[in-house]
Design a protein around this ligand. Structure first.
Ligand code: NAD
Length: 285
Protein backbone atom coordinates (compact mmCIF):
# COMPACT_ATOMS: atom_id res chain seq x y z
CA UNK A 1 0.00 0.00 0.00
CA UNK A 2 1.25 3.47 -0.88
CA UNK A 3 0.37 6.96 0.39
CA UNK A 4 1.27 10.47 -0.74
CA UNK A 5 1.40 13.27 1.84
CA UNK A 6 1.62 16.80 0.42
CA UNK A 7 -0.43 17.33 -2.74
CA UNK A 8 1.12 20.41 -4.32
CA UNK A 9 2.52 20.67 -7.84
CA UNK A 10 4.72 17.60 -7.34
CA UNK A 11 2.71 15.49 -4.90
CA UNK A 12 -0.54 15.72 -6.88
CA UNK A 13 1.27 14.78 -10.11
CA UNK A 14 2.89 11.76 -8.38
CA UNK A 15 -0.47 10.73 -6.93
CA UNK A 16 -2.14 10.84 -10.36
CA UNK A 17 0.71 8.88 -11.88
CA UNK A 18 0.35 6.17 -9.21
CA UNK A 19 -3.40 6.02 -9.87
CA UNK A 20 -2.75 5.70 -13.61
CA UNK A 21 -0.34 2.84 -12.92
CA UNK A 22 -3.04 0.89 -11.08
CA UNK A 23 -2.21 1.71 -7.43
CA UNK A 24 -4.91 2.68 -4.93
CA UNK A 25 -3.01 5.33 -2.98
CA UNK A 26 -4.00 7.05 0.23
CA UNK A 27 -3.36 10.79 0.33
CA UNK A 28 -3.36 13.86 2.59
CA UNK A 29 -2.68 17.59 2.42
CA UNK A 30 -3.22 20.40 4.91
CA UNK A 31 -5.39 22.10 2.31
CA UNK A 32 -8.92 20.58 2.14
CA UNK A 33 -9.35 21.63 -1.52
CA UNK A 34 -6.30 19.52 -2.43
CA UNK A 35 -7.82 16.60 -0.50
CA UNK A 36 -11.05 17.00 -2.49
CA UNK A 37 -9.15 17.02 -5.79
CA UNK A 38 -7.27 13.87 -4.75
CA UNK A 39 -10.49 12.15 -3.66
CA UNK A 40 -12.13 12.99 -6.99
CA UNK A 41 -9.09 11.58 -8.79
CA UNK A 42 -9.61 8.25 -6.96
CA UNK A 43 -7.33 8.46 -3.90
CA UNK A 44 -8.44 7.37 -0.44
CA UNK A 45 -8.42 10.20 2.10
CA UNK A 46 -8.36 9.12 5.75
CA UNK A 47 -10.07 10.86 8.67
CA UNK A 48 -6.84 12.70 9.43
CA UNK A 49 -3.14 12.76 8.53
CA UNK A 50 -2.22 9.73 10.69
CA UNK A 51 -5.12 7.82 9.14
CA UNK A 52 -3.88 8.49 5.61
CA UNK A 53 -0.48 6.78 5.71
CA UNK A 54 0.65 3.38 4.40
CA UNK A 55 3.62 0.99 4.68
CA UNK A 56 5.18 2.94 1.76
CA UNK A 57 4.55 6.65 2.43
CA UNK A 58 5.78 9.30 0.02
CA UNK A 59 6.23 12.87 1.31
CA UNK A 60 6.26 15.97 -0.94
CA UNK A 61 6.45 18.97 1.38
CA UNK A 62 7.83 22.49 1.09
CA UNK A 63 10.51 22.59 3.81
CA UNK A 64 12.15 21.00 6.89
CA UNK A 65 9.54 22.42 9.29
CA UNK A 66 6.61 20.92 7.34
CA UNK A 67 8.29 17.49 7.35
CA UNK A 68 8.89 17.69 11.13
CA UNK A 69 5.22 18.64 11.57
CA UNK A 70 4.06 15.65 9.49
CA UNK A 71 6.45 13.09 11.05
CA UNK A 72 5.31 13.77 14.63
CA UNK A 73 1.81 12.24 14.22
CA UNK A 74 2.62 9.66 11.51
CA UNK A 75 5.67 7.89 12.97
CA UNK A 76 3.73 6.29 15.83
CA UNK A 77 0.89 5.40 13.40
CA UNK A 78 3.07 3.58 10.85
CA UNK A 79 3.56 -0.21 10.96
CA UNK A 80 7.00 -1.59 11.92
CA UNK A 81 9.46 -1.56 8.99
CA UNK A 82 7.33 0.92 7.02
CA UNK A 83 9.33 3.07 4.60
CA UNK A 84 9.00 6.84 4.29
CA UNK A 85 10.22 8.08 0.92
CA UNK A 86 10.71 11.82 1.33
CA UNK A 87 10.88 13.52 -2.09
CA UNK A 88 10.99 17.05 -0.58
CA UNK A 89 14.16 19.12 -0.98
CA UNK A 90 15.53 19.60 2.55
CA UNK A 91 18.67 20.24 4.55
CA UNK A 92 20.97 17.16 4.73
CA UNK A 93 21.43 17.80 8.45
CA UNK A 94 17.64 17.83 9.04
CA UNK A 95 17.10 14.55 7.17
CA UNK A 96 19.76 12.80 9.26
CA UNK A 97 17.71 13.80 12.30
CA UNK A 98 14.50 12.54 10.65
CA UNK A 99 16.20 9.20 9.91
CA UNK A 100 17.14 8.77 13.60
CA UNK A 101 13.68 9.80 14.75
CA UNK A 102 12.07 7.26 12.40
CA UNK A 103 14.51 4.51 13.41
CA UNK A 104 13.52 4.97 17.06
CA UNK A 105 9.97 4.02 16.00
CA UNK A 106 11.04 1.04 13.84
CA UNK A 107 10.45 2.95 10.58
CA UNK A 108 12.87 3.57 7.68
CA UNK A 109 13.21 7.14 6.37
CA UNK A 110 14.82 7.69 2.95
CA UNK A 111 15.77 11.14 1.66
CA UNK A 112 14.71 10.86 -1.98
CA UNK A 113 14.64 14.30 -3.63
CA UNK A 114 13.70 14.46 -7.28
CA UNK A 115 14.44 16.32 -10.49
CA UNK A 116 12.10 16.66 -13.45
CA UNK A 117 9.34 18.95 -12.16
CA UNK A 118 5.58 18.30 -12.26
CA UNK A 119 5.83 17.20 -15.92
CA UNK A 120 8.39 14.51 -14.99
CA UNK A 121 6.28 13.43 -12.01
CA UNK A 122 3.18 13.11 -14.23
CA UNK A 123 5.09 11.09 -16.85
CA UNK A 124 6.97 8.91 -14.33
CA UNK A 125 10.27 10.15 -15.76
CA UNK A 126 11.82 11.91 -12.75
CA UNK A 127 15.38 11.38 -11.58
CA UNK A 128 15.38 10.37 -7.89
CA UNK A 129 18.53 10.54 -5.75
CA UNK A 130 18.29 8.50 -2.58
CA UNK A 131 20.11 8.58 0.73
CA UNK A 132 19.59 5.97 3.43
CA UNK A 133 19.12 2.24 3.97
CA UNK A 134 19.71 0.28 0.73
CA UNK A 135 17.43 -2.63 1.70
CA UNK A 136 14.54 -0.24 2.44
CA UNK A 137 15.10 1.36 -0.97
CA UNK A 138 14.99 -2.06 -2.58
CA UNK A 139 11.62 -2.72 -0.95
CA UNK A 140 10.30 0.65 -2.20
CA UNK A 141 11.70 0.21 -5.72
CA UNK A 142 8.66 -1.51 -7.34
CA UNK A 143 6.62 1.62 -6.51
CA UNK A 144 9.36 4.15 -7.23
CA UNK A 145 9.94 2.60 -10.66
CA UNK A 146 6.49 3.92 -11.60
CA UNK A 147 7.61 7.48 -10.77
CA UNK A 148 11.17 7.58 -12.04
CA UNK A 149 13.26 6.95 -15.12
CA UNK A 150 16.49 7.15 -13.10
CA UNK A 151 16.58 5.90 -9.50
CA UNK A 152 20.00 6.16 -7.89
CA UNK A 153 21.14 5.20 -4.40
CA UNK A 154 23.69 7.91 -3.66
CA UNK A 155 24.83 6.87 -0.17
CA UNK A 156 23.88 7.09 3.51
CA UNK A 157 21.18 9.34 5.00
CA UNK A 158 21.56 12.90 3.69
CA UNK A 159 23.48 11.92 0.54
CA UNK A 160 20.37 12.26 -1.64
CA UNK A 161 19.87 15.82 -0.42
CA UNK A 162 23.54 16.66 -1.01
CA UNK A 163 23.15 15.47 -4.63
CA UNK A 164 19.97 17.52 -5.05
CA UNK A 165 21.55 20.70 -3.62
CA UNK A 166 24.57 20.35 -5.93
CA UNK A 167 22.20 19.84 -8.88
CA UNK A 168 20.05 22.83 -8.04
CA UNK A 169 23.00 25.12 -7.29
CA UNK A 170 24.06 24.35 -10.87
CA UNK A 171 20.56 24.96 -12.31
CA UNK A 172 20.27 28.26 -10.40
CA UNK A 173 23.70 29.27 -11.75
CA UNK A 174 22.88 28.15 -15.31
CA UNK A 175 19.74 30.31 -15.27
CA UNK A 176 21.92 33.29 -14.33
CA UNK A 177 24.70 32.62 -16.86
CA UNK A 178 22.34 31.77 -19.76
CA UNK A 179 20.29 34.96 -19.24
CA UNK A 180 23.43 37.06 -19.18
CA UNK A 181 25.21 35.37 -22.12
CA UNK A 182 22.08 35.49 -24.30
CA UNK A 183 21.80 39.22 -23.50
CA UNK A 184 25.32 39.70 -24.86
CA UNK A 185 24.33 37.85 -28.06
CA UNK A 186 21.17 39.94 -28.50
CA UNK A 187 23.06 43.20 -27.91
CA UNK A 188 25.41 42.14 -30.73
CA UNK A 189 22.47 41.43 -33.05
CA UNK A 190 21.97 37.66 -32.60
CA UNK A 191 18.67 36.81 -30.89
CA UNK A 192 18.17 33.79 -28.58
CA UNK A 193 16.00 32.13 -31.26
CA UNK A 194 19.07 32.08 -33.55
CA UNK A 195 21.58 31.24 -30.81
CA UNK A 196 19.82 28.38 -29.02
CA UNK A 197 19.81 25.85 -31.91
CA UNK A 198 23.56 26.40 -32.17
CA UNK A 199 24.26 26.29 -28.42
CA UNK A 200 22.21 23.13 -28.00
CA UNK A 201 24.44 21.29 -30.45
CA UNK A 202 27.60 22.85 -29.04
CA UNK A 203 29.54 22.87 -25.81
CA UNK A 204 27.77 25.83 -24.17
CA UNK A 205 24.52 23.92 -23.66
CA UNK A 206 22.82 23.00 -20.38
CA UNK A 207 19.31 21.89 -19.36
CA UNK A 208 18.54 25.62 -19.15
CA UNK A 209 19.35 26.20 -22.85
CA UNK A 210 17.91 22.83 -23.95
CA UNK A 211 14.67 22.87 -21.94
CA UNK A 212 13.96 26.04 -19.95
CA UNK A 213 14.58 28.66 -22.63
CA UNK A 214 12.73 26.86 -25.48
CA UNK A 215 9.88 25.54 -23.33
CA UNK A 216 9.07 28.34 -20.89
CA UNK A 217 11.07 31.50 -21.57
CA UNK A 218 10.86 32.09 -25.34
CA UNK A 219 7.11 31.25 -25.54
CA UNK A 220 6.58 33.34 -22.38
CA UNK A 221 4.45 30.63 -20.71
CA UNK A 222 6.35 30.58 -17.39
CA UNK A 223 4.24 27.64 -16.20
CA UNK A 224 6.94 25.14 -15.17
CA UNK A 225 5.30 24.51 -11.77
CA UNK A 226 8.51 25.35 -9.87
CA UNK A 227 8.50 28.66 -8.02
CA UNK A 228 11.34 31.12 -7.55
CA UNK A 229 10.71 30.81 -3.81
CA UNK A 230 11.43 27.06 -3.82
CA UNK A 231 14.61 27.65 -5.87
CA UNK A 232 15.68 30.34 -3.35
CA UNK A 233 15.16 27.76 -0.60
CA UNK A 234 17.38 25.25 -2.44
CA UNK A 235 20.10 27.84 -3.10
CA UNK A 236 19.96 28.89 0.58
CA UNK A 237 20.36 25.25 1.67
CA UNK A 238 23.36 24.84 -0.65
CA UNK A 239 24.98 27.97 0.82
CA UNK A 240 24.27 26.73 4.36
CA UNK A 241 25.95 23.41 3.52
CA UNK A 242 28.98 25.26 2.11
CA UNK A 243 29.23 27.37 5.29
CA UNK A 244 28.99 24.27 7.53
CA UNK A 245 31.82 22.61 5.57
CA UNK A 246 33.88 25.81 5.13
CA UNK A 247 33.74 25.48 1.33
CA UNK A 248 34.15 28.78 -0.56
CA UNK A 249 31.83 29.25 -3.54
CA UNK A 250 33.13 32.08 -5.73
CA UNK A 251 31.13 31.83 -8.99
CA UNK A 252 28.08 29.85 -7.80
CA UNK A 253 28.10 32.04 -4.66
CA UNK A 254 27.73 35.16 -6.86
CA UNK A 255 24.90 33.47 -8.82
CA UNK A 256 23.22 32.59 -5.51
CA UNK A 257 23.55 36.21 -4.35
CA UNK A 258 21.76 37.38 -7.53
CA UNK A 259 18.77 35.17 -6.65
CA UNK A 260 18.47 37.14 -3.40
CA UNK A 261 19.21 40.57 -4.93
CA UNK A 262 16.54 40.13 -7.63
CA UNK A 263 13.82 39.29 -5.11
CA UNK A 264 11.77 42.37 -6.01
CA UNK A 265 11.90 41.78 -9.80
CA UNK A 266 11.32 38.03 -9.37
CA UNK A 267 9.11 37.45 -6.30
CA UNK A 268 8.88 34.08 -4.57
CA UNK A 269 5.56 33.18 -6.20
CA UNK A 270 6.90 33.80 -9.75
CA UNK A 271 7.99 30.92 -11.99
CA UNK A 272 11.71 30.27 -11.42
CA UNK A 273 12.48 30.85 -15.12
CA UNK A 274 11.68 34.56 -14.63
CA UNK A 275 15.15 34.99 -13.13
CA UNK A 276 16.87 34.16 -16.43
CA UNK A 277 14.41 36.30 -18.42
CA UNK A 278 14.98 39.22 -16.02
CA UNK A 279 18.75 39.06 -16.44
CA UNK A 280 18.29 38.77 -20.21
CA UNK A 281 16.19 41.96 -20.09
CA UNK A 282 19.10 43.70 -18.35
CA UNK A 283 17.28 44.37 -15.05
CA UNK A 284 19.90 45.31 -12.48
CA UNK A 285 19.78 44.08 -8.90
P1 NAD B 1 3.94 23.14 -3.42
O1 NAD B 1 4.12 24.35 -2.61
O2 NAD B 1 3.20 23.19 -4.73
O3 NAD B 1 3.23 21.99 -2.55
C1 NAD B 1 3.48 21.72 -1.19
C2 NAD B 1 2.22 21.09 -0.61
O4 NAD B 1 2.48 20.69 0.73
C3 NAD B 1 1.02 22.05 -0.56
O5 NAD B 1 -0.12 21.45 -1.16
C4 NAD B 1 0.81 22.28 0.94
O6 NAD B 1 -0.56 22.52 1.30
C5 NAD B 1 1.32 20.98 1.51
N1 NAD B 1 1.71 21.07 2.92
C6 NAD B 1 2.49 22.01 3.51
N2 NAD B 1 2.63 21.73 4.83
C7 NAD B 1 1.92 20.60 5.05
C8 NAD B 1 1.69 19.82 6.21
N3 NAD B 1 2.21 20.16 7.40
N4 NAD B 1 0.91 18.71 6.10
C9 NAD B 1 0.37 18.35 4.90
N5 NAD B 1 0.57 19.07 3.76
C10 NAD B 1 1.34 20.17 3.85
O7 NAD B 1 5.40 22.55 -3.64
P2 NAD B 1 5.93 21.59 -4.83
O8 NAD B 1 6.34 22.45 -5.98
O9 NAD B 1 4.95 20.48 -5.02
O10 NAD B 1 7.26 21.03 -4.16
C11 NAD B 1 7.23 20.05 -3.11
C12 NAD B 1 8.66 19.68 -2.75
O11 NAD B 1 9.32 19.14 -3.91
C13 NAD B 1 9.51 20.89 -2.30
O12 NAD B 1 10.39 20.47 -1.28
C14 NAD B 1 10.26 21.28 -3.58
O13 NAD B 1 11.47 21.95 -3.28
C15 NAD B 1 10.49 19.93 -4.22
N6 NAD B 1 10.61 19.94 -5.69
C16 NAD B 1 9.76 20.67 -6.46
C17 NAD B 1 9.90 20.64 -7.86
C18 NAD B 1 8.98 21.41 -8.77
O14 NAD B 1 9.30 21.50 -9.99
N7 NAD B 1 7.90 21.98 -8.30
C19 NAD B 1 10.91 19.85 -8.44
C20 NAD B 1 11.74 19.09 -7.62
C21 NAD B 1 11.60 19.15 -6.25
Amino acid sequence: MVAVIGLGNMGMAMLKRLLAMGHQPRAWDLDPTKRDTARQAGAMIGADLAGSVADMTILSLPHDAAVAEVLAPILPALPQDAVIIDTSTLSPRAVRGFTEQAKAQGVFYLDAPVSGGPAGAAAGSMAMMVGGDAAALERATPILQHLTARLLHIGPSGAGQVAKLVNNLLVASHLVTAGEALRLGAAAGVAPEALLPLLNGASGRSAVTEVNWPRWIIPGSFDSGFSAGLMRKDVGLALELARELDVTLEATGRAAALWQELREAVPDDADFNRLSATLFAGVKP
